[in-house]
Design a protein around this ligand. Structure first.
Ligand code: ZN
Ligand code: ZN
Length: 686
């Protein structure tokens, strides 16, 4: 197939031929040729090994070197250097040690160039001892040797030692260059050591390295990480040439420092100045948006990113999914899910877990389950997410089932697993199961229960009506009981009409969180239900005197692409007139279906949300009515409320679900309620 080479050939021919094939990238042909030459020169072998490494086949390069050794070919320093690079790329420590031994055996340990490459090789294999050994053997250590040694420490995460080596370098009279500085600065960033960073900055100025883009970018990043936005800005504005790395540095600085608007403005400026944002730039801005509540903008930017021809990666997806979760935008979430499937990101554990959480929060537990069941490998976080998703929706038995399955699969539960499964038990009144799990935590799983686990147990006992036990449990807690624990007890006192314990729990809560209006409302409702009018109005007065502000109740629902928000008694728009007409018709149908207004609720909740008239027209009812009027073939509707659902609305929505024959899912501030056919999944405990 290939022309046979003449048996005798002038020296240097093999190199020329090999080189010409390697120039075209045809590694295999070059390899075949070199095997046909009786005695190829070392240069040809070196070139071949380097070519394999450069093309991303370091393991092949190392194999070629091994065959040379079998053939007793004596390598020179350049050949060993090329194999050292292959070992570095392959992170092959065993071979790296062999190459180091060869360097010593063939007498090259004082070769500075080779030694520097060996240090780098050990660093890439994350073996700092090997690097140090090579370094110590070098007679004349130059700036590259010192820089390589510093970077080795950094690569292995030994930041302090890296900085120590940097100091040693100065003491030995070797001047750092821009490569040294830009490789040491990230250590200051990671250690958040702004003093050392400033010293480095001084050194940079004294030595005229400011014009170096790598050094300046590293300085911007250092100040950004140390939350020194002004200094980051100064360095950035003095840069003569700003590349995308330095722009990303300053953007990160702004978002880390909660200078959201400024970061956004800089992002637009960057594009105006003709610097094309890369994937990291978009990711930085999208995370900034979701962390600052600008969820719509995050989704919009995702679109612009794709318009700019950039493909979102897993970091983008993980950053933007919380925006869908926060907006409860099932549609947006589904689009991202489709993107994930098209782009083979579905195998990424973090991406899939974020999808599970998004679907659960958007009220679609079936889709969470589907994504979860398709995961080939599930880690603790994935299991936790699925357990918590079920608990949020009140499926305690399923949480418990998943927990056991997780243990059977040999996955170690952590602190979050137990919070998930215990809160699942509390929503489903699984008292015995919860106690068993709680007692097994430190005994069988070496997870020490913390305040939150204790609160979960108080909640389990309270919801099941074991109020005295719950109170005793709080008093036996080894840690100071949290607001969560007392709050769980107070909530149960309202449901089980226990005035005495309600007073106790509320008085503790008023000390721990005096500004939480919810606690006053609960206590007020307890007094009203017990017809203790005096104490009820006292509670109301206390709230007014302490200037505790009520949170305005509001509900929202997504219809097609738009989110519609409703507040109490909102009769202004045409659309709302229609809603009231619908609700009037509905109450007539409900009356025929046997609905009796629960008068107890009419008195309660007045303090939490004002009522327009005796038939409450709370935001959740308006949102439910709107969603029903706009139903488009779906069998379920989803409504979200910022406060706890009110008793009367809860009672009414059960009937509405029965009359219209739809599943109505309402997420309030505590949990999901699945209403269907006259019942709610919370079993009237909310
Ligand atoms: Zn209501
Ligand atoms: Zn409910």
């Amino acid at each position: 197939m290939f022309p046979k080479l003449p048996q005798s050939h002038p020296p240097g021919l093999s190199f020329k031929v090999i080189n010409s094939f390697l120039g075209t990238g045809d590694l295999q042909r070059a390899r075949q040729l070199i095997d046909e030459i009786p005695q190829p020169d070392l240069r040809s072998w070196t070139r071949l090994i380097s070519a394999y490494t450069q093309h991303g086949f370091p393991k092949e390069a190392i194999k070629i070197y091994s065959t040379l050794k079998l053939r007793n070919i004596r390598p020179d320093n350049i050949l060993i250097l090329s194999v050292a690079k292959a070992c570095a790329l392959a992170s092959d420590l065993v071979k790296a040690k062999e190459v180091h031994e060869d360097a010593i055996r063939f007498g090259f340990q004082s070769d500075t160039l080779l030694s520097n490459a060996l240090i780098d090789m050990y660093a890439k294999c994350r073996n700092v001892d090997g690097a140090r050994q090579v370094f110590d053997d070098i007679c004349v250590k130059n700036v590259v040797s010192w820089t390589s040694m510093c970077s080795s420490y950094m690569n292995c995460g030994l930041l302090r030692q890296g900085l120590e080596a940097f100091r040693e370098m100065g003491l030995n009279g070797v001047r750092p260059n821009s490569v040294t500085v830009s490789s040491v600065l990230p250590a200051c960033s990671e250690l958040r050591d702004v003093n050392l960073g400033r010293q480095m900055h001084g050194f940079v100025i004294r030595n005229g390295m400011e014009s170096n883009a790598f050094v300046s970018s590293a300085l911007v990043n250092m100040y950004a990480s140390c939350i020194r936005i002004r200094e980051a800005e100064v360095v950035f504005s003095n840069m003569s040439q700003r590349d995308v790395v330095s722009w990303n540095g300053i953007l990160t600085a702004c978002f880390l420092n909660e200078e959201f608007e400024k970061g956004l403005a800089l992002f637009y400026q960057m594009r105006n100045e003709g610097v094309k944002p890369n994937t990291s730039s978009w990711n930085v801005v999208i995370v900034g948006c979701t962390q600052n509540g600008r969820n719509e903008l995050a989704l919009e930017l995702l679109g612009h990113m794709q318009d700019a021809g950039l493909k979102p990666n897993q970091i983008t997806v993980i950053s933007v999914l919380p925006a869908c979760t926060n907006l409860e935008s099932l549609k947006g979430g589904k689009e991202i899910h489709a993107f994930v499937c098209r782009n083979w990101l579905i195998e990424d554990l973090k991406v899939t877990t974020a999808l599970i959480f998004m679907y659960a929060k958007c009220g679609n537990l079936e889709l969470s389950e589907r994504v979860f069941s398709l995961m080939p490998i599930k880690d603790t976080v994935a299991w936790n997410t699925m357990i918590i998703a079920n608990s949020m929706h009140g499926n305690g038995k399923q949480s418990l089932f998943l927990f056991r399955e997780m243990l059977d699969a040999g996955i170690r539960p952590d602190s979050f697993t137990f919070i998930g499964v215990l809160s699942g038990c509390s929503h489903s009144c699984l008292v015995d199961e919860a106690s068993l799990i709680f007692n097994s935590m430190s005994r069988d799983h070496s997870v020490e229960p913390d305040a939150e686990h204790f609160s979960c147990m108080v909640d389990v006992l309270s919801r099941a009506g074991h109020l005295e036990e719950a109170y005793e449990f709080i008093q036996r807690m080894p840690k100071e009981p949290t607001a969560g624990a007392w709050g769980a007890l107070l909530g149960a006192c309202r449901v089980y009409k226990n005035v005495e314990l309600g007073r106790k729990a509320a008085s503790r809560l008023f000390e721990i969180e005096p500004d939480n209006p919810g606690n006053y409302v609960l206590l007020y409702n307890i007094f009203v239900a017990a017809k203790l009018w005096g104490e009820a109005s006292e509670t109301r007065k206390m709230m007014r005197d302490r200037n505790v502000l009520k949170t305005q109740g509001c509900s929202w629902v997504q219809v097609r692409n738009k989110v519609y928000t409703f507040v109490v008694g909102d009769r202004n728009s045409m659309q709302n007139c229609e809603l009231y007409r619908f609700l009037d018709e509905m109450s007539e149908k409900m009356r025929l279906a046997g609905y009796m207004p629960n008068t107890e609720f009419v008195l309660q909740d007045v303090i939490e949300e004002e009522k327009e008239d005796i038939l409450c027209n709370h935001s959740e009812k308006l949102a439910v009515a709107f969603a029903i009027l706009n139903v488009n073939g779906e069998s379920s509707i989803r409504v979200f409320k910022n406060l706890r659902i009110c008793g009367d609305c809860h009672h009414t929505i059960k009937f509405i679900a029965k009359v219209v024959g739809l599943q109505i899912i309402v997420r309030d501030s505590l949990r999901f309620h699945h209403f269907s056919n006259g019942y709610c999944s919370c079993r009237d405990f909310w």
